[in-house]
Design a protein around this ligand. Structure first.
Ligand code: 8NA
Ligand code: MG
Ligand code: MG
Ligand code: MG
Length: 355
């Protein structure tokens, strides 16, 4: 297998940042109208000369779109991996909690903040314990483990390591298998995307093969049954994606019904993967001057719901697949702390090559 170059690392972190910052503008809306989204995006582009000095109100030129919990936690994952040179659960948990303490208003999930508060207590001796106590011992199935996981496949090249450390990193906050299996799926998608050039069919077949194994363990089966889902729910949705891709287009209502746009990992990670694969092709509703990475982010946001998180996950996958060449400078420069993202990508690439 050829080793990926640095452009994919840069693309991945930049795609994730774009998805979060642009998606957050529309987060929580049940309907996002495409003309409004496209008009917002035009506002990010450099001002034509005649407009100079007369910037429209609400224009987002300059580093003005704040990132949210998705990026805050992704950065903690990356910073921990870089500082320790490998996954270290105690260090990573500490960074999550301290980051939350420093900037609690980044839009964290309602329940996960209880985990951070417990992790901050000197009485906490097992960093996985607060997550296990969530939801009366059932653990969270939110998408917070998946939204931040991209750093793992940017450090570990081996598929078994990707699965193992994606799971452990997610279990610091998400003890329900429907939460951490979503993180494994998202990490595997970035891992495959880093190889570049895989066809849709191969990409999906490989994910299905991995997830049918991942979801077959006792805890995954019992957690899915306890929540009233069929067995192997992520695998089943990946097969639905395969069906959807056989049609030249699928109505948005069908995508939302089958895959979702919510805060559960099961209702958002498959949607991000579908968006990435669907947007390999042009879309009649999205202007052709946008490249595939841009189209992916636009498509995700147009689905509404948890737009920042779905777009950040799809952006990480698409960015790893297409590389930094598809990251538009005007979009990137609109995002908070984009230069630090570039530095982190460079350091991750160096660590990946050393390992
Ligand atoms: P989380 O662990 O708090 O989970 C998110 C939500 O999922 C919970 O608050 C519950 O409503 C629900 N949930 C999860 N597990 C269970 C369960 N076992 N039983 C019943 N309900 C459950 O946090 P997270 O880190 O997973 O959340 C990530 C999402 O929250 C991302 O979309 C992120 O962007 C953020 N978010 C923030 C806002 C906001 O504006 N504050 C809005 C939506 C999402
Ligand atoms: Mg967010
Ligand atoms: Mg260790
Ligand atoms: Mg969100």
């Amino acid at each position: 297998r050829p080793r990926p170059g640095p452009a994919r690392f840069r693309g991945c972190l930049a795609g994730a940042l774009l998805g979060d910052c642009l998606g957050a503008v529309f987060e929580g809306r049940s309907v996002v109208k495409l003309p409004e989204l496209l008009s917002f995006l035009r506002g990010l582009e450099p001002a034509p000369p005649e407009e100079e000095g007369g910037e429209a109100a609400g224009s987002a030129r300059g580093e003005s779109l704040p990132y949210t919990d998705d990026t805050a936690m992704s950065r903690s994952v990356v910073q921990s991996l870089l500082a320790r040179g490998e996954f270290d659960e105690v260090d990573m948990a500490k960074r999550f909690a301290e980051e939350y303490k420093k900037e609690p208003n980044r839009g964290y999930g309602m329940a996960v903040v209880n985990v951070f508060k417990k992790l901050l207590s000197p009485k906490c001796s097992d960093v996985f314990e607060p997550a296990r106590a969530q939801f009366n011992g059932k653990g969270s199935y939110g998408n917070g483990g998946a939204m931040r996981v991209a750093g793992i496949p940017l450090v570990y090249a081996d598929t078994q390591d990707v699965k193992k450390f994606a799971k452990l990193s997610a279990e610091l906050t998400h003890a329900n298998s429907l939460g951490y299996n979503g993180a494994i799926l998202q990490a595997l998608a970035v891992h495959l995307a880093l190889q570049g050039g895989l066809s849709r069919e191969t990409f999906l077949e490989q994910l299905i093969g991995h997830m049918e194994h991942v979801e077959a363990d006792d805890k995954s089966l019992s957690d899915a049954r306890a929540l009233g889902f069929e067995d192997l729910p992520f695998s089943r949705r990946l097969k639905k994606i395969k069906e959807f891709l056989e049609f030249s287009s699928v109505p948005k209502e069908d995508v939302l019904f089958e895959l979702g746009n919510g805060i559960a990992a099961l209702r958002s990670v498959p949607t991000a993967i579908y968006s990435f694969l669907r947007c390999m092709d042009t879309d009649p509703d999205i202007p052709e001057h946008y490249n595939a990475l841009q189209r992916t982010i636009i498509y995700c946001i147009s689905l509404g719901g948890d737009t920042d998180t779905i777009a950040t996950m799809a952006g990480a996958i698409a960015g790893a697949y297409y590389g930094e060449e598809q990251v538009p400078p005007s979009w990137e420069q609109s995002c908070e702390a984009f230069q630090e993202t570039q530095r982190m990508a460079k350091s991750l690439y160096e660590l990946y090559c050393q390992r």
